[in-house]
Write a protein that binds this ligand. Sequence first.
Ligand code: FES
Length: 75
Amino acid sequence: MDRIRLTIDGKEVEVLSGTTVLNAAEQVGIHIPRFCYDKVLSSCGACRICVVEIEGMRNLVASCVTPAAPGMRPS
Ligand code: FES
């Protein structure tokens, strides 16, 4: 499985392909609030409490349903 490097709030992290931004953030000790997300259920991205800003993107994205991408810089 491919590994991806991204930088979250200035912290570099390497995760498996398909990992969400929310889960990548957890790996570097950053807690993103969530309400509708549960790791044992499929994600729906409905409540939007977990939105983050990603460099180069116009709109805020729900971190629980957004897959990490190489070079991504969420904050
Ligand atoms: S936790 Fe509800 S949209 Fe992410």
